[in-house]
Design a protein around this ligand. Structure first.
Ligand code: ADP
Ligand code: MG
Length: 261
């Protein structure tokens, strides 16, 4: 079962409408178009706390759009996305962005700020922390991604892998409940991919809930609790990575994975 039946049953529902059994993230019949072009055609899935979902699919299948719907970087036309039982549409955007962090393919650090300042910025502006507290917190996040020695470096002085790790530290600094990754290693030189995946594996092992678009199947095998194959705006198949790798139910999944690995 997919546990959906719980929703309509009053059994353990608290007064605020949430229940202890709510998944961290619930996506129901998500539909999204850009003008005439339908991009997401009814996406349904739940993500429990501490789960790591890896999303794969051809270019243009809607992977980035789906992530962007989750933290409302883009609007959607149909369906519901809930975080801990609460619709993201009803949430204050700042609150949503604090609870759901995102790491992009393009490493968008501020060039005129040091690594530390890049991480501190959101803490100061969004969380209104004092300079000292923000710096302490930012420093501990840089340590977490192995970049404390580079705290005073500017982006131009960092490798692509180091910049991406600063991006991860910046997202972590907000204490997100869910982290979204959109092809975090796709823009990196091959020799720099490993250090970023290692940080992501550590986060996964530490219990971070993650939704990760990546074609790094070594990471998927090692870290994913579930693998989702998206094509033409629909989930073609979803299951434990070993199942999709070793005995996919759909030919399309087999063919796509054969090209990746
Ligand atoms: P993926 O990340 O799987 O490659 P995307 O979610 O980026 O796919 O894109 C899905 C479809 O939506 C593509 O056909 C793309 O051209 C279209 N699309 C994405 N972003 C926009 C946008 N801002 N405006 C119009 N169309 C878009
Ligand atoms: Mg994309």
């Amino acid at each position: 079962t997919d546990g959906r039946g719980d929703v309509s049953e009053p059994s353990s529902t608290a007064e605020d409408g949430r229940s202890a059994g709510d998944p961290l993230l619930r996506v129901e019949n998500l539909q999204k178009s850009y003008g005439d072009e339908t991009v997401l055609r009814g996406i349904d899935f739940d993500l429990d706390r501490r789960d790591v979902e890896v999303i794969i699919g051809p270019s243009g299948s809607g992977k980035s759009t789906m992530l962007r719907c989750v933290n409302r970087l883009t609007e959607f036309q149909g369906g519901t996305i809930s975080l801990d039982g609460e619709s993201v549409m009803a949430m204050n955007e700042n609150e949503l962005r604090r609870r759901v962090g995102m790491v992009f393919q393009d490493i968008n650090l501020f060039a005129h700020l040091t690594a530390l300042e890049n991480v501190t910025l959101g803490l100061r502006k969004v969380l209104d922390m004092s300079k000292g507290d923000a710096e302490d917190k930012a420093m501990s996040q840089l340590e977490r991604v192995g970049l404390a020695p580079q705290a005073a470096s500017y982006p131009a002085e960092l490798s692509g892998g180091q910049k991406q790790r600063v991006g991860i530290a910046r997202a972590l600094a907000m204490d997100p409940e869910l982290l979204l990754f959109d092809e975090p290693t796709s823009a990196l030189d091959p020799e720099l991919v490993g250090e970023v995946l290692e940080v992501m594996r550590d986060l996964a092992d530490g219990g971070m809930t993650m939704l990760v678009v990546t074609h790094e199947m070594g990471f998927a095998r090692r870290a994913a609790s579930s693998l989702m194959f998206l094509d033409e705006g629909k989930i073609v198949e979803r299951g434990p990575p070993e199942q999709l790798f070793d005995s996919p139910e759909r030919d399309r999944t087999r063919e796509f994975l054969a090209r990746l690995t």
